[in-house]
Design a protein around this ligand. Structure first.
Ligand code: GDG
Length: 457
């Protein structure tokens, strides 16, 4: 069997229970997938060095070998905080209003991708399969090819691919997309993002996309397809059944004191639609005064990317909005929103999901959204909760039995909460069974196998 070399911006070993944090969907999914392979996971350590040396730090943790490098301050500023998180992230989430186009960001992005290429290249053996992840590293494949790497290489994009009319607002968009064609396989979360990509290839590059996923541009032919990522169902079910989850379940139930719980769990990110969610929930409170005091929204939102200004701004506006809604509706013995800016361990999360009668997951745009799948996996089959899910999350294409909402519409969110609260048990069970079958069968193992099979060719 070939070795697998996974390359992503950050390498994250699974955190021990109790050390919660916004680990991110990518880390959660990949550490599980990598355990089965001989091979390694290469990326940035998260640390800064005065000067880039190319020194690789090897570690073995929980069955996964990781190889990490440190980056310079300027690299982190331009490549990570800059091009990745202030240019590509907003643009790919349809927020051209927030996307910043700055040549120093683009230069830093190229430079760090080259640093990745020159450092990882000596570790690559002829039969290795190379699997590059996410928007931080789009040009890496091209740079490895330029250095003579002939291995099979695949790229998976965890976030949406934007419509062509938005993507063309990016300076040098063509070069970025052409560099993707250095890979042999390009994977997207959903057919929708794939469709936007093929549309760009045909409109802007004059390429041709065949129904079997073959994309031809100039003399180059690559395979592009949708591979929806799943959760590690087995691992998560064990977390749900753990004593830690039982304690967390009891803790939440006890503090709920007979009130119904609506839960949201998201990295603090503008793409997750938290403000719109709070406003939708506020509308519900306004329209249903019979429910005041009888339910609450538990929003867990660990901060992320704190060095980027827009993230500071969203944090401030959520502090303000949750405070305002609480001030407006709270009673001496009840607050409508429990807004928590900290992360929890996975077992805690599993217990909280199970204790919540409703999950309110309303991103404005999301590549997939693993929280929605985790919520489903955590439910009691005899008495499951209701998932309210944004139609703009990739997961909505699979979880069709959720209550799908338009996250921009306060009325839609409010109506869905009302419907979820009144939903008869038989309907809850029927919807949950259909969703759970999908979450269980199309899990992270299925995702990884489908992708690696295509990559192996
Ligand atoms: C990107 C794409 C795509 C969250 N808070 C805590 C915690 N988490 C975990 C969740 C879940 C993961 O982080 C978040 O995954 P999502 O998929 O919801 O979102 P992103 O971080 O934006 O991930 C996304 C994903 O990549 C995978 O391809 O689905 O569309 O944006 O697993 O449980 N985990 C712990 N404590 C927390 O407080 N332990």
């Amino acid at each position: 069997m070939s070795r697998l070399i996974v390359i992503s911006n950050r390498v994250a070993a699974p955190k021990p229970e109790g050390e919660g944090g916004a680990q991110g969907g990518l880390a959660v999914a990949l550490s599980a997938a990598l355990r089965e392979y001989r091979g390694l996971w290469f990326g940035w350590s998260g640390n800064k060095a005065d000067t880039f040396t190319g020194h690789i730090d090897f570690q073995r943790h929980d069955g996964v070998t990781s190889a990490t490098i440190d980056l310079e301050e300027q690299d982190v500023e331009e490549y990570y905080n800059g091009y990745a998180n202030r240019t590509l992230w907003p643009l790919f989430h349809y927020r051209i209003d927030l996307a910043e186009y700055d040549r120093s960001f683009a230069g830093g992005y190229e430079r760090v991708n080259q640093r990745f290429a020159e450092t990882v290249q000596p570790l690559i053996e002829p039969d290795d399969l190379i699997w590059v992840h996410d928007y931080h590293l789009i040009p890496l494949g091209r740079q490895l090819r330029d250095r003579g790497v002939r291995n099979r290489m695949g790229f998976f994009l965890h976030i949406p691919w934007p419509p062509s009319r938005l993507l063309v607002s990016l300076p040098f968009h063509e070069g970025l997309v052409l560099s993707l064609l250095a890979y042999d396989v390009i994977g997207f979360q959903t057919e929708e993002w794939l469709e936007s990509f093929t549309n760009y290839v045909e409109r802007e590059l004059g390429g041709h996309c065949e129904p079997d996923g073959t994309i031809r541009v100039g003399g180059r032919s690559v395979h592009a397809a949708a591979y929806p990522i799943g959760i590690d169902y087995k691992e998560f079910s064990e977390a749900v059944a753990s004593p830690g989850a039982a304690t967390a379940f009891e803790r939440l139930k006890k503090s709920a004191d007979g009130r119904r719980t609506i839960i949201g769990v998201d990295r603090l990110d503008y793409s997750k639609g938290l403000e719109e969610r709070f406003l939708g929930y506020r509308r519900f409170l306004e329209e249903h005064d019979e429910c005041l005091g009888k339910l609450f929204l538990l929003q867990i939102a660990p901060p992320s990317r704190g060095e980027v200004h827009t993230y500071e701004a969203i944090r401030e506006s959520l502090d303000e909005l949750s405070g305002r809604i609480n001030g407006e509706f709270a009673e001496v013995d009840w607050v409508p929103i429990r807004y928590v800016n900290q992360g929890y361990g996975r077992e805690d999360l599993a217990g909280f999901y199970r204790a919540a009668e409703i999950a309110l997951i309303t991103p404005l745009r999301d590549g997939m959204n693993l929280v929605a799948k985790e919520y489903v996996a955590a439910q009691d089959p005899e008495d499951p909760g209701v998932l309210i899910l944004s139609r703009f999350a990739g997961a909505a294409l699979q979880l069709k039995d959720a209550l799908l909402v338009n996250p921009y519409s306060k009325e839609d969110i409010s109506d869905a909460i009302a419907k979820a609260l009144d939903m008869p048990k038989e309907e809850r069970i029927r919807r949950w069974q259909a969703m759970n079958a999908c979450v269980r069968d199309e899990d992270v193992v299925w995702w990884r196998r489908s992708f690696v099979e295509a990559l192996a060719g």
